[in-house]
Write a protein that binds this ligand. Sequence first.
Ligand SMILES: [Zn+2]
Length: 395
Amino acid sequence: MSRYRLRPTAAQETVLLGHCAQARYVWNLCVEQESHWRPGRGPMPGFSGRCRQLSEARAENPWLAEGSVIVQQQAVRDHDQAMKYFFAGTHRRPSWRKSGRDEGFRIVHVKPGHVRRLNRNTGEVWVPKAGWVRFRWSRPVRQDVKSFRVTMDRAGRWHVAFAVVPEPVEGPGTGAAVGVDRGVAVSAALSTGELLHCPSVAAPQQRRLRRLERKLARAARGSERRRRVRRAVARLKARSADIRKDWCEKTSTDIAGRFDLIRVEDLKIGNMTRSARGSTGQPGRNVRQKAGLNREIMRSGWGLLVRRLTDKAPGRVEKVSPAYTSRRCSACGHIAAGSRESQALFRCVACGYACNADVNAARNIAAGHAVTARGGFRDAGPANREPQPVLLPSA
Ligand SMILES: [Zn+2]
């Protein structure tokens, strides 16, 4: 996802605002319909059922009928996807969208020529009913853009974000399996013993960010200084997010190409911030700082890495329950809190096997020992993936 500043003309802005309003209206209709569901009422209409309802609504409502069916249908699709994320346990239930706060819509099936560069600083993108809308060409746009999202923030600024669905990566075909664990000291540990570092969590950047955030807290509201500091914070965060994304792309391509079966922890919102991995009775040292760091990594880094793995190795990613992965000995299977000697070191109290704590966890994940009661569902794809433009029926 890369975001660019969109510069619609006044006439285009009216059209875009209409798209936003209709997308929000359709989304909220879906939310309302879901809210009426009670146990025993039977299933909710699926995507195709909702699309039929949308056609009926358009026939009765001239305001909707005048708008873009692509925009409206995509709002149904986005809601459908959000419900799937909700049922998969990775996201919260989709909720109401509010005017002025959640303004945006998505366009899919972007044709190759529909994003183009005009000159050094300007590009333009084709939006249904609005035509060619210009945007600031602040960095290159990939040629294989599949979909984009147009948004307006609270300050009335428009942005366009292009999404590129990565191509699947061919596995080695040897049946090699790997466990990937999100680490504390490192970003990810592989069961092969490799420790992968995401460069964006570098300490100097973290320190600078903390300093700026303190400065921001001291700056008077509405002051020029506050505005400046806020921009510096945003820039720093954006830069580290870019680095993190880049790392996720490279790492996921690498892992998807080297292993046929990739096991990761089944990520649930609830246990996302496993407190720096110590047990409750024996917390790790510096838990607070590490927890802060953790949150940062987990929020975007880990989730993105898993998503990219699922994109690039469709059907080859298996999710495993995180229970006991950090306390179980990967050599003998003994489970004891005491085996977790420190943040970094695992030493089994039963057999004496010692190794890096994150690698030990990754080995447990690789072995799939802690498979959930549900049997460790195999991630077949769509439920946990970003909306896949290629899979959508053409509007
Ligand atoms: Zn052991």
